[in-house]
Design a protein around this ligand. Sequence first.
Ligand code: PLP
Length: 366
Amino acid sequence: MTTATQVPFVDLRAQYEQIRTDVDRAMRQVIDRGDFIHGSAVARFESDFAAYIGVSHAIGVGNGGDAIELALRAFDVGPGDEVITAANTFIATVLAISATGARPVLVDMDRESYTIDPAAIGAAVTPRTRAIVPVHLYGQPADIEAVLAVASRHNLVVIEDAAQAHGARVSGRRAGAFGHAAAFSFYPSKNLGAYGDAGIVVTNDGRAAEKLRLLGNYGQRVKYEHAVEGRNSRLDTMQAAVLAVKLPHLDRWNAARRAHAETYRARLLRRVHTPATRSGVEHVFHLYVIETEQRDRLREKLSERGVHTGIHYPVPVHLQDAYASLGYRTGAFPATEAAAKRMLSLPMYAELTEEQIDYVCSAINV
Ligand SMILES: *Cc1c(COP(=O)(O)O)cnc(C)c1O
């Protein structure tokens, strides 16, 4: 039986309706100017985004995965190095690490926050460890102060994967302003999403910023003079124009997500496990992840009522065939594996209505 969609998982159209005039004008201006590659909208958005995060440099790239990989390469991470990250993440984090030639070393998550367990990082450090990639997962910053403490003890580079945490804060500072650099994705359904692929790296390190500009543009400082072995990974001008229109709305959209999360929590806490926000942290709820023993049955029931849900992530990275060569076995990361069987992501986006949230909660609570 198929049911008409009552509540989609995300609704990009609902957001576009609010900003259509500005987006259409900005896209038309790019076409009129014809500056499709490294056009003026790119420099403008880079400077807007750096100011928003509170860092000195932002370098647009083709997507979030490239942002992580090129940030690592800008700090000379490569073959022979080990890079520690969380087993509970989207696989792009780990693919970016292995793309540099470094070996990904996975560690378990903290069971409460779903983010990387800082104690497990310390235990995984070897003489080859060069970097840590903490992931601010589902919109909640990782325990970044603890991660930075481990890093400084072992002299490691920290590249934040902030692809799910645009605008999130820790003690008032934005996620992405803590590490040596941070990577953001603007995949369309992220909290700040483009109308195609896009990404950015932010950093306070001027030397790394300059290297990032080379790496994403064929390694050239001057046309046809190639200083390093770079490639083509640029922030598309059309996407930058869209993102510049959207950025001023981000805090309002994130506040709406937080309000929806609070409504979900109040309505659902007696029935399922609802997410906890670490103290001092401003969560931006990229995803609203509940846990329940009866996950698959609940998902089916919601689907029958036209409520679309997701699982993030059903098979942890260390148990994917793609990374069989890393040699991890079932049981390696108990917190990650236990959560993978119980987690369910409910519809979450700023434009969700009270009626839609009410419909989802009623469907769960029947
Ligand atoms: C989306 C995402 C990425 C990758 O971003 P793309 O733009 O799709 O390459 C990396 N890490 C995390 C945690 C993500 O959610």
